[in-house]
Write a protein that binds this ligand. Structure first.
Ligand code: FES
Length: 323
């Protein structure tokens, strides 16, 4: 069996085991989140040996050349020596320029990167703090209009990174960022096509970016945005989305509250159920899903059964990265 060499020690792999699994089985703490090749938080540097093509598939060419790879996607066929990434290869420093509480649980962070970051609305960044914790957050900003990178962070009860960001990361401090990553974004060329977006919690962040991008690119077809929360005080962009819907006659904002009696103007129930109930035929629609992983998974299937083509369903690539 091949061995993984990490910090001078050798760890034998079990059959079909990934580099990430071998390291974790041996109690070694390396960052990871989705275990599906999407979030890139498990990126490692291969110092000796070869890694699979699959484990480098979505990486930038410069990182591939330096032999970076995704540990969750690499089942080694020979011994490999690996290390955590060199910060200078992978990360760019960013300064926090604005921090604002938007709801009892959600904060808005605006960052300024030390070098320009070329991204599409809806993509995500990985943030690495001084303790080495790495987590993924979607971008809510629009590259052509915003001079900052905007992220929405929800305080997760057991999420150490969200607590650190909210309680300790203050304006003027720096953090390392990696990215952009992800393929959940607006593609132009079909400005009449109907779009439906369903997001729960801070899954709203990439959808707001995509919605603004669609409008910026002159989208004329209807755009339905469903935001699902448990209690109405979690509708953290309610006023600005109402204003956007008033300004654009092709934008329909649906605020969906599942856990308490909704106030006037809000819809009662889960966002995905309401969206699919109101749009039972999704043939020809583009569908965007972001937020709780189970919601994304189930709604993807239901949207497909309602007629949407699989290639027209885009989803937030990563699961909630709090562990
Ligand atoms: S944990 Fe490997 S890509 Fe997400």
């Amino acid at each position: 069996m091949p061995e993984i060499i990490y910090q001078g020690k050798a760890y034998p792999c079990q059959p079909d085991e990934t580099v990430l699994d071998t390291l974790r089985r041996n109690g070694i703490e390396v960052p990871y989140s989705c275990c599906a090749g999407a979030c890139h938080t498990c990126m490692l540097h291969c110092l000796k040996g070869e890694v699979s093509e699959r484990s480098q598939k979505d990486l930038k060419p410069a990182l591939k050349n330096l032999k970076y790879f995704l540990a969750c996607q690499c089942v080694p066929e020979q011994d490999v020596e690996v290390a955590l990434p060199d910060d200078e290869d992978v990360y760019v420093s960013a300064r926090l320029v604005e921090k604002e509480q938007l709801s009892p649980t959600v904060w808005r962070f605006r960052l300024e990167a030390a070098v320009p970051i070329y991204y599409h609305a809806g993509q995500f960044l990985n943030l690495k703090n001084e303790a080495g914790w790495v987590r993924s957050y979607s971008l809510a900003s629009l590259p052509n209009e915003d001079e900052f990178l905007e992220l929405h962070v929800r305080r997760m009860p057991d999420g150490q990174m969200s607590h650190w960001l909210i309680d300790h990361f203050s304006v003027g401090m720096h953090i390392e960022i990696e990215g952009p990553n992800g393929h959940c974004l607006y593609t132009d060329g079909e400005p009449e096509r109907p779009l439906i977006m369903v997001g729960t919690g801070t899954g709203l962040a990439p959808l707001v970016g995509i919605l603004r991008d669609a409008l910026h690119q002159g989208h004329r077809g209807p755009i339905h945005l469903y935001h699902g929360v448990r209690t109405h005080d979690e509708l953290y962009l309610h006023e600005s989305l109402l204003a956007m819907a008033q300004q654009h006659n092709n934008v329909y904002y649906h605020a969906c509250v599942s856990g308490d009696e909704p106030a006037e103007g809000l819809q009662a129930g889960r966002a995905a159920d309401i969206a699919l109930g109101e749009h039972p035929d999704l043939k020809g629609w583009r569908v965007f899903l972001c937020g709780a992983p189970e919601m994304v998974q189930q709604t993807r299937k239901k949207a497909f059964l309602a007629g949407a083509s699989m290639q027209d369903i885009s989803a937030d690539a990563f699961t909630t990265p709090e562990h």
